[in-house]
Write a protein that binds this ligand. Structure first.
Ligand SMILES: [Ca+2]
Ligand SMILES: [Ca+2]
Length: 180
């Protein structure tokens, strides 16, 4: 059966941008190659594509080096953010090296995001949510400093600062998060 698309719209969604064009395929495919999929919507038809040879992440997730990332748009406590990740069969991001760090900073666009690093188990012993120890770290100068709030609550959850450097913060603060 042949389908005729009379008002097809090409749209890129998710990640940190959204793009629509009423003419075929992007003006600069490279610009979009690390990111999500192309969605083609026409009358009675929705089809999704990925750049050739790249496995597909869920719609709205970003792909980099074979891994899928979701940059949340809502602020949540660290624990609520983690639960949201787990509900999507993911977890807060584990950052393995400088290249991954650089990618996340690029996509976080100077907005604070929780990452999957905590010392809630043992104060001062930072572990990732997959229970591995933090080999690669990117702490801001003077961090982690475990500042006390009201003499009781300390800082046990890590996040990206606007600069991309890491800070330990009160887990009850609300920030966006990165899932993967
Ligand atoms: Ca701490
Ligand atoms: Ca701190």
């Amino acid at each position: 059966m042949a389908l005729r698309l009379t008002q097809a719209v090409l749209s890129f969604t998710g990640c940190s941008f959204s793009h629509q064009a009423r003419r075929p395929w992007p003006h600069n495919p490279e610009e979009h190659s690390s990111c999500l999929s192309l969605v083609l919507r026409g009358e009675g038809l929705t089809a999704a594509f990925s750049p050739a040879g790249i496995p597909r992440c869920q719609l709205g997730w970003c792909q980099e080096q074979g891994r899928c990332y979701l940059f949340s748009q809502t602020n949540q406590t660290w624990e609520a953010a983690r639960n949201s990740c787990l509900a999507q069969n993911a977890d807060l991001v584990v950052i393995n090296d400088q290249r991954e760090q650089n990618y996340l900073v690029h996509r976080a666009v100077s907005v604070r995001h929780w990452i999957g690093l905590t010392d809630q188990g043992t104060e001062g012993i930072w572990r990732w949510v997959d229970n591995t120890s933090a080999v690669f770290t990117n702490w801001n100068k003077g961090e982690p400093n475990n500042v006390l709030r009201n003499g009781i609550s300390d800082e046990d959850c890590a996040h990206l600062l606007e600069t991309g450097l890491w800070n330990d913060e009160h887990c009850s603060n609300s920030y966006r998060c990165v899932a993967n």
